[in-house]
Design a protein around this ligand. Sequence first.
Ligand code: AKB
Length: 339
Amino acid sequence: MQNHTILITGANGEIGHGLIAHLSQQRGTKIVAMDLQSLDPSLQRLCDRTYTGDILDSGLLQTLSTGHDFDTIYHLAALLSTRSERQPTLAHRVNVDGTLNLLEIAVTQSRQQGRVVKFIYPSSIAVYGLPDTATKAKAGRVAESAWCQPRTMYGINKLYCEQLGLYYSSHYRQLDADTPKGMVDFRGLRFPGLISATTLPSGGTSDFAPEMLHYAAQGKPYPCFAREDTRIPFMAMPDAITALLTLQDAPRARLSRQVYNVTSFSPSAKEIYERVVESFPRAKVSFEPDRKRQAILDSWPQDTDDSAARKDWGWKPAYDMEKAFSKYLIPAVSQRRAT
Ligand code: AKB
C-alpha cells in the first residue's frame, strides 16, 4: 500500500489525541506530529516523526517542509476563544500567521510535487456573532452564510483563515503568467463545542460543559461560568474525528462548499447539569455566570444548520446527547476515575 504522509499541528490538543489514535490504525499512513509541547508519550509511539516547537518558527517549518512530502495537513494548532481574548495579539499571530505559514507549506509542496495537497481546517461556531439573545433565539439554526460577524478575536481569526484557505485553493497568485501545477485543496469544518471523555479543553468558552462533567467525575465542586439557560451546540469527540476523516476522504466533486457546519446536540447548560447529575448524583455545580464570558456565549448560535454536510458527504453524527453521555462520556470518565 502506498504511503500517505499526514502532518498534524497542535497534535497534543483534544482533537489531536483522537485523530492520531484513528489515523495510526490506517495502513500506509505516516503521521508527522508537531506541537508546542513535547508530544504526549501515548501519542509519540503512534507517530513516525514528532517535532516540538512553534508554528511561528520559520526554521522549524523549513525543516518540516524539506524533510517530508505531505499529502494532507491537519492544522489543529490554535489559541481558543477565552485565551485569545486575554492575549489578542498573540492569538492573531498564532491563529492567523500560523495558518498562513502552514498554507505556504501546503502550496509550496503542492507546486513542487505537482499534485494536490489537502488542508483540513477546524473552524468554529465562534465565526458567528449574534447581537443579542432575542436575535439568537429568533435565528435558531444558523446557516454557513448567516451572521458571520464574530465578536471575538478567535472568531475573527477563524473566519479570516477560512477565507485564506479559499484564496490558496482558488486564487493563489492569480496574476502569475503560468498556471501553477498542483493546488491546495482546503476543507474546513465549523465545529460546535466538543466534549471528550479523555481530555479537558483549555482556554475555550464552551469549556463549561466538559468541565462540568469532568469535575463531577472527580468529585470536585464546579462553579459554572455560564447561565443555566445558555444554549450552544455540542458534539462528542468521536463524532468530531469522524467528521474530519469523512471530509478528508470525500471526493472533491461532491463538495459544494469548502467550509461546512457540523453539529450534533444543543442542550442548555441546565440540561447538561441535569444529565451529569443523573450519572453523578453527588455532583456539586453552582451557576455563577461570568458576565463577560457569558456575552461571548450569547453571541454564538444556539444551533447550526449542517444540512449541506449531510447532503454533500453524508455527515450524520453517531451520538445524540443521550447516547453521547450513556455510551461514551459516562463509561469512559468513570473508567478513568477507577484506574
Ligand atoms: C472555544 O470555546 O473557543 C472552542 C470553540 C467553540 O471553538 N471550543
